[in-house]
Design a protein around this ligand. Structure first.
Ligand SMILES: C[S@@+](CC[C@H](N)C(=O)[O-])C[C@H]1O[C@@H](n2cnc3c(N)ncnc32)[C@H](O)[C@@H]1O
Length: 222
């Protein structure tokens, strides 16, 4: 039942690509989510200063936290390209603005920042760093989120993300069960990873505990 409804709704919004032709202006920049993004990146990534950096955020939703990521990576480079990819960018809020239009607002004055309403599998090129906050590693949250089941492909997505990676990928999972599944995926795909344990931030406390992993091109498999 879930899937039929999700398929139908997803088809409608992706085909219609409804847009108010502008970004939503009735939004505020949310200090907490950006503080949270900045804080968790500061806790988990160690970077050398370099001229150019290319970073990908996977499953950006409306990318409310883009500014926190931008602020973090800009400390370490002169030229930053920060790309966000979201497969369900045309989902509408009750004010009839889409996630895409929210994202346009959140990134509007950030140079080098791009939001792609697309499937991760269509993203090409290589990225120095990849941030993936709350991937769907079990089916139920994906269905609750409103996506058709055909988009449940955690192995394929992880393999693809890894193929794009040059340096480090930070993955944050929600709850112990999802973290456990995430770890099994790394093992199955023979992707080297480091367990970061519970990730907490004073900036924002989420109801569900979050756990982190670092996938690094330099780390040997565990
Ligand atoms: C649980 S949400 C997390 C959103 C955001 N990262 C956050 O922390 O608020 C997962 C997001 O991944 C997106 N997603 C799922 N499969 C995807 C794919 N193949 N390509 C791009 N985005 C995808 C979903 O539409 C959803 O917005």
């Amino acid at each position: 039942m879930f899937d039929l409804k999700n398929k139908f709704d997803y088809y409608l919004r992706s085909a219609a690509k409804f847009s108010r032709k502008n970004y939503s202006e009735d939004l505020n920049l949310t200090k907490e989510v950006n503080g949270y993004a900045f804080d968790i990146l500061s806790q988990t990534l160690r970077l050398e200063h370099q001229k150019d950096l290319k970073v990908l955020d996977i499953g950006s939703k409306n990318w409310e936290y883009a500014r926190g990521e931008y602020k973090f990576f800009r400390q370490y480079c002169e030229n930053l390209v920060l790309d966000g990819v979201e497969i369900d960018a045309y989902r509408l809020y009750s004010n009839f603005y889409s996630r895409y239009e929210y994202a346009k607002f959140y990134i509007k004055d950030l140079a080098g920042v791009n939001y792609y309403p697309d499937d991760l599998l269509n993203i090409k090129g290589r990225y120095d760093y990849i941030i993936w906050i709350l991937p769907f590693v079990t089916k139920y949250p994906l269905k609750r989120w409103g996506l058709p089941e055909k988009f449940f492909m955690p192995e394929k997505l992880l393999e693809h993300a890894y193929s794009l990676l040059k340096k480090d990928m930070l993955i944050i999972n929600q709850g112990e069960e999802e973290a456990e599944v995430q770890e099994q995926l790394f093992k199955k795909l023979k992707i080297p990873y480091k367990t970061l344990g519970e990730i907490k931030s004073k900036e924002l406390e989420y109801r569900n505990r979050r756990f982190g992993f670092l996938v690094s091109r330099a780390v040997t498999a565990v």
